[in-house]
Ligand binder design. Sequence first.
Ligand SMILES: [Zn+2]
Length: 178
Amino acid sequence: MLNFLCKKCGRQHNVSMSYTFRAPHYYNLLTEEQQARNTLLEGDTCTISHPQAQHTDYFVRVTLTVPVKDRNTAFTWDIWTAIDHGDFFNYKQYISNFSAPEPPRYKGWIANMLPDYPGTCGLKGDIIPGTSPGQLNKFEPYETDHPLYVHFHEGIPMREAVSVAGTMCHEEAPAQDM
Ligand SMILES: [Zn+2]
């Protein structure tokens, strides 16, 4: 939990530092009818088909942990990443029995807009699947000058962590909008 005086409303907030996106950004852009007809959102996976383009997009849920600088705490972002068709099926196969010659990694692209950051959709990194049932998949972004990578790598300064947390408190329905 993060306790802070909010610049946006002047009140004291005590907020959770874990933040969950219910679905990929692209899922939220669809109408309810399209969601019902063309998507499958189930556990840690999501598929979105585009019947007219005869194309399907694949997504896997991951956790991105961003430490807060000089504090023994971190933001936990429960987000979605886009994954290639082939790797999606490799992933599904892997989590059916959690056995592989070596721990797998798949390339993924962030598929949510994180509050307070410049566009985060499309940031690339490695998806590291959990190694037993119920264990979360991790995400490690590749090096770039994007602030999300910098925060992942070096920690987010407390001042910026408070700003992110303030934005999170004041989002009406974040999982819907982003
Ligand atoms: Zn506030």
